[in-house]
Design a protein. Structure first.
Length: 402
């Protein structure tokens, strides 16, 4: 859903830009190969790095929540009255429904898919490798405390007009975003390489890769289904052919697919939404807002991936727990930072605090999510056009933004 950050490799005068997704794919492949022949001493080097990196990630998760959710809530709270409220409610409900669709489909299909690949191999004690050393970096607050604090502070800033405090947290958001962009994202491929290296060494990788391949196909089909039901509902509301409306949004879908960026796709999404007959005032408000708050494709994908990891690792995955997770995830998605894989970075908080995901489970989530990042982005931005159609029907253009 966010802009791609690249590494640049120079060959003479030629520069080759490699985005995050290819780096993650390369890391997984190298991990699957190297785990078959690297000695334990070398594998432990990468396990040590992963241990240190996961400690840093655990320290950062509450700070990510505070730094991103606080200004996001403050900004939304200063919006344009009823129009804002209606748009936010529709976007939130649609995100929750999409995530529930991911859970329901996953509960139906994933157990049999995973069972067909056989049981997870038992790791003998002799194969269990430990880091050479560890450093404990406990978080300053736990995740739920950080989330509640962010809500209270964000609402206080919004309704109290606390401009100085708002500027402070805007600057803190800048620090958090820079830390994610420079201190976390660049190391994710190495982190994922270490995870798959260790799994290959322990004999677990084959099953995980087979399951991942099947899950990716199911999630792609669900993305298409989400867009169809979104435009069927919008078409019924505005009394227009839903498939023609969806067809008009195809350039936005393809742009998002190529850029993996909701922000970069806004001009195309806006133009195609206007072509669908939405008034300029409504489209100009709803499309940029939904690029931030409406992440139905991402929420569905994260939920489906989380259920997969729970089934693979034997974690609890009952509906009440996942429903609570989905409600919190749909809130946290509002604060997803503007970096590749930003949604999964924000989602690490409820994954850890509600589903109990440890460092290895989080790494698997990151790998599985990033493998489909652009498809989630395309689903998100294309669905924004459906919301704009419904909001335009609810509000007359003259009532849009006063």
């Amino acid at each position: 859903m966010q802009p791609n950050y690249h590494i640049i490799m120079k060959f003479g005068k030629r520069e080759i830009h490699i985005s995050l997704l290819p780096r993650v794919i390369i890391a997984i492949i190298l991990g699957l190969i190297a785990g078959n022949f690297l000695p334990a001493a070398i594998v432990r080097v990468f396990i040590t790095f992963n241990s240190l990196f996961s400690e840093f990630l655990g320290f950062m998760i509450p700070l990510i929540i505070i730094g991103l959710v606080t200004p996001a809530i403050a900004d939304i709270g200063r919006g344009a009255g009823k129009l804002l409220a209606v748009t936010v409610v529709i976007a939130y409900v649609d995100t929750v429904v999409a995530a529930l669709l991911g859970y329901g489909t996953g509960s139906w299909l994933f157990p049999s898919m995973i069972a067909s690949t056989g049981a997870m191999p038992h790791i003998a004690k002799g194969l269990e490798l430990t880091p050479y050393f560890t450093i404990s970096i406990p978080p300053m607050v736990d995740v739920m405390s950080g989330l509640v604090f962010s809500f209270l502070l964000g609402l206080g800033i919004a309704y109290g007009g606390l401009n100085v405090t708002h500027r402070v947290f805007d600057e803190f958001k800048y620090i958090v975003n820079k830390t994610i962009a420079k201190g976390i994202i660049p190391f994710l491929p190495l982190y994922i390489f270490g995870v798959f290296l260790n799994m290959t060494y322990n004999g677990q990788a084959k099953k995980v890769v087979i399951v991942f391949a099947q899950i990716i196909v199911v999630i792609f089909i669900l993305h298409v289904f989400i867009l169809v039901y979104q435009y069927c509902i919008a078409g019924a509301v505005v009394r227009k052919n839903p498939f023609k409306l969806l067809g008009n949004m195809l350039p936005a879908y393809l742009t998002a697919l190529g850029t993996s960026s909701s922000a970069a796709t806004i001009p195309v999404t806006l133009a195609r939404t206007l072509r669908n007959g939405v008034s300029t005032s409504i489209a100009s408000f709803v499309i940029p807002l939904c690029a931030t708050i409406h992440l139905s494709g991402s929420a569905m994908k994260i939920t489906a991936c989380a259920l997969t990891i729970c089934l693979l690792t034997g974690r609890a995955h009952d509906f009440p727990m996942f429903f609570y997770f989905i409600l919190m995830l749909s809130v946290v998605m509002v604060a997803a930072p503007g970096v590749p894989g930003g949604a999964i970075m924000a989602a690490l908080a409820p994954l850890a605090s509600i589903l109990g995901f440890n460092a290895e489970a989080q790494a698997l989530m990151i790998a599985l999510y990033i493998a489909m990042d652009s498809f989630g982005t395309a689903c998100n931005v294309t669905g924004d056009g459906a919301i704009a159609l419904v909001v335009d029907k609810v509000f007359k253009p003259k009532e849009a933004i006063s």
